[in-house]
Ligand binder design. Structure first.
Ligand SMILES: *Cc1c(COP(=O)(O)O)cnc(C)c1O
Length: 391
């Protein structure tokens, strides 16, 4: 007979999910109430306001899609893009490739702007693609590429897109709450994120936001949105506030308590303080990683603080290192994805995982495991180098 599932507590320092704060886990266990209960409806309104703060937007259509980040991505594409549209898709890692899939499955044309994995999106290439293509409906890019650890200049890309009459669709799954992000100031038209990265909430919800320009496009579509579940014309009624609420689907009630708690915590900390904490902790990890003799694959200027792609010492079985970290230290770090598979480890410092004690655990564990395997590293140097940055 099966028994209750009790996972071993781990420290999560991969590409997501990140460690969930105990306050958020305890919010998840509060009594389930009806999703049309006035108390719940009031909480959903608060979630909306808190998301507006996190995204730095006044957009009325700022909501949480009841499904993971990938569903937030599809929400943007199925609502804004129609068959026959020209869409510029920037790809510098795994997630840009998924945007291309979305565009093509909708019968639209994806015009690719490609950059090497580990580099930021090249703004000059985006400009060239805009000049070379007529009637570009949208420009899409990943703000923080979790597969490589590179951040791109969202403000510059949005400005260019607007000069050419195109709207922008931005993936902020890993940047929200971890890196500077200003939806209104930067002119982002449609954006999606996730809960399990820098918000340190449980996985399974996707915050999204659309400005008036995007809403106009959705309202003036020639064809019906192919997805019933993600059709914002219907979802908008659901998030309409008390009295206006029309049943669409049963909200993930307890998961939304958790999201609410994580956003309350973000507001308590202050968004800019959260961005700074991610940067400071990256600086400490970096000191330790470099003292050990490992390198970052992303140039400092476009390096994400919350996702650190570091090189693997020669001759080391990288998968064996990860499984030893997991089994002996209960520590999860990420493997390389796609073009970087087998070439890097991805160390996440996202949300509640971005803490001094985690950095020391990770550096100490990595040092011990690599030294034990006879890898060519500077053994014993990492911890004190990181500590020096923590003063
Ligand atoms: C994690 C991630 C996603 C997908 O989110 P899921 O919640 O796993 O569906 C999309 N884009 C980026 C940049 C991500 O890091």
């Amino acid at each position: 007979m099966a028994t209750s599932f009790n996972p071993t507590p781990r420290t999560l320092m991969g590409p997501g999910p990140s460690d969930v704060h105990p306050r958020i886990l305890s919010a998840l266990g509060r009594p389930t109430i009806g999703h049309l209960d006035p108390e719940f409806v009031a909480m959903m309104d608060e979630v909306k306001g808190l998301l507006q703060y996190a995204f730095q937007t006044k957009n009325e259509l700022t909501i949480a899609v009841s499904a993971p980040g990938s569903a937030g991505m599809e929400t943007c594409f199925v609502n804004l893009i129609e068959a026959g549209d020209n869409v510029i898709v920037c790809q510098n890692g795994v997630f840009g490739g998924r945007m291309k899939e979305n565009v093509e499955r909708l019968g639209a044309t994806a015009i690719m702007v490609e950059d090497d994995w580990g580099k930021a999106v090249d703004v000059a290439k985006v400009e060239a693609a805009l000049k070379a293509t007529d009637n570009v409906k949208a420009v899409c890019f990943v703000h923080a590429e979790t597969s490589t650890g590179a951040i791109s200049d969202a403000k510059a890309i949005c400005e260019l897109a607007h000069q050419h009459g195109a709207v922008t669709i931005v993936d902020a799954v890993t940047s929200l709450g971890g890196s500077e992000l200003r939806v209104d100031d930067w002119g982002i038209d449609a954006i999606y994120s996730g809960t399990q990265k820098c918000l340190s909430c449980v996985p399974g919800i996707s915050p999204v936001s659309f400005n008036e320009r995007a809403v106009e496009i959705i309202k003036n579509r020639k064809t019906k949105v192919q997805s019933w579940f993600l059709d914002l014309n219907l979802v908008m009624g659901y998030w309409g506030g008390e009295g206006k609420r029309a049943y669409h689907h049963t909200a993930p009630v307890n998961a939304l308590y958790a999201l609410h708690e994580s956003l309350v915590m973000l507001e308590e900390e202050g968004l800019e303080n959260a961005w700074k904490r991610h940067q400071d902790n990256h600086n400490a990890l970096k000191a330790g990683i470099e003292a050990m003799g490992l390198e970052f694959i992303v140039d400092e200027a476009s390096r994400l603080p919350q996702l650190n792609a570091v090189t693997i010492p020669e001759g080391v079985d990288e998968a064996a290192v990860r499984s030893t970290l997991l089994n002996q230290f209960n520590l999860e770090i990420g493997a390389g994805l796609g073009a970087l598979a087998g070439k890097v480890w991805r160390i996440g410092l996202m949300g509640y995982s971005s803490r001094a004690e985690n950095i020391l655990l990770c550096l100490g564990a990595l040092d011990a495991v690599l030294t034990d395997m006879g890898a060519k590293i500077n053994s014993g140097a990492a911890i004190s180098a990181a500590q020096a940055k923590m003063k």
